[in-house]
Design a protein around this ligand. Structure first.
Ligand code: 13P
Ligand code: SF4
Length: 343
């Protein structure tokens, strides 16, 4: 597609969301990226949280963490450029060690991934010997390497249910763990609750950790009540990284792609998305006939690091290459591969 054609396409989708002069500038950049992508035999994977102009111009595949992990495992291209945060690019490298994996911004982290270390997991495994460890994909490779199986928001319940009646350690997202506990009927505890005499009497099937997503932690039940007052017919969708009370007060909870599919199929006149706000822009662009409400102050600062400018530089200069040394990579790969077979 030429820059003129791409600009026309972006204008058709985003003219009510992004100013025209910015669309022109971004169409030029995206055209250079797409040309270089072909020359270098690269594939671009874009998470659903990418800003609208990037999301609608350069990814060969857009999706949630689970969908993008699958694409990373399947690609036959030489280079994977991951427009997402570091743990996602690392997961791509874990699954495709022979490919060059590039992340456009070195700083694109995640508060959940920062919340736990491999040493923390080893300590938990000593304390709960033989208890399987399920780890959310929003973690770094060393933590995945200590785990039995990974999960994403798209298959967390299915992964925990695959252990039937067994007790499971679920790391590191406290809210996701509590949401999964409610859906699976398991009773969750946190290690500190088991200290002291009374701790031995507690019945539990899930052991959690206190990691949180700094973005989804911002949504409250009061936000939901206020919006329901103003729009009584609103349908509220919450990502499972939201507080369990927020999820319980919502009408639907699912991964970012599950939320997108829900909006596409619902006939509700208004939808409120309790998730990162660029995704709201992307859904509006794809569903112009729907009225989407969103709380726009809530942008993930880490996803926001990924820009078209840096993606072009990534392809031009081969930066920033993601490496996961052995044996961490192969140990982490076992947990991630197992996740891909479930749900
Ligand atoms: P999804 O797997 O639902 O896309 O979520 C990833 C994420 O980081 C949400 O904050
Ligand atoms: Fe991490 Fe939350 Fe950002 Fe997702 S939205 S990448 S969980 S900080």
């Amino acid at each position: 597609m030429s820059a003129t054609e791409l600009y026309a396409d972006l204008k058709r989708k985003l003219s009510t969301i992004v100013p025209d002069f910015e669309l022109q500038y971004k169409a030029e950049l995206a055209t250079q990226i797409n040309r270089l992508k072909q020359e270098k035999n690269a594939v671009i994977l874009g998470h659903n949280y990418m800003e609208p102009a990037l999301y609608h111009s350069i990814p060969d595949h857009a999706g949630d963490s689970l969908e993008l992990s699958r694409k990373a495992a399947q690609t036959d291209k030489d280079i994977i450029v991951f427009c997402g945060v570091r743990f996602m690019a690392e997961t791509a490298k874990i699954l495709s060690p022979d490919k060059t994996v590039l992340i456009p911004a070195e700083k694109a982290g995640c508060s959940l991934a920062e919340s736990i270390t491999a040493e923390d997991v080893r300590t938990l495994k000593k304390r709960f010997p033989g208890v399987p460890v399920v780890t959310y994909v929003n973690t770094y490779a060393e933590v995945k390497a200590e785990s039995d199986v990974c999960c994403t928001s798209g298959n967390a319940v299915a992964v925990v249910e695959s252990f039937a009646d067994e007790t499971v350690i679920f790391l590191p997202d406290e809210y996701l763990a509590r949401n999964v506990a409610r859906e699976t009927g398991k009773h969750i505890v946190f290690p500190a609750q088991l200290n002291g005499e009374n701790g031995t009497d507690i019945d539990y099937q899930l052991v959690g950790w206190h990691g949180k997503c700094e973005v989804h932690d911002k949504f409250t039940v009061a936000d939901i009540s206020n919006v329901r007052k103003q729009f009584p017919d609103v349908v509220i969708l919450a990502h499972p990284e939201c507080h369990p009370d927020v999820v319980a007060a919502s009408d639907f909870s699912g991964s970012t792609s599950a939320m997108i599919r829900y909006v596409e199929q619902t006939s509700a006149p208004h939808c409120l998305l309790l998730t990162e706000c660029s995704m709201g822009d992307n859904i509006i662009a794809a569903n112009p006939q729907k009225e989407i409400l969103r709380l726009c102050s809530v942008r993930c600062p880490h996803m926001n690091e990924i820009t078209l400018e840096d993606t072009l530089a990534a392809l031009q200069h081969g930066k920033y290459a993601v490496e996961v040394p052995e044996p961490v990579r192969s140990k982490a790969a076992r947990a991630v591969q197992r996740m891909l077979t479930i749900g």
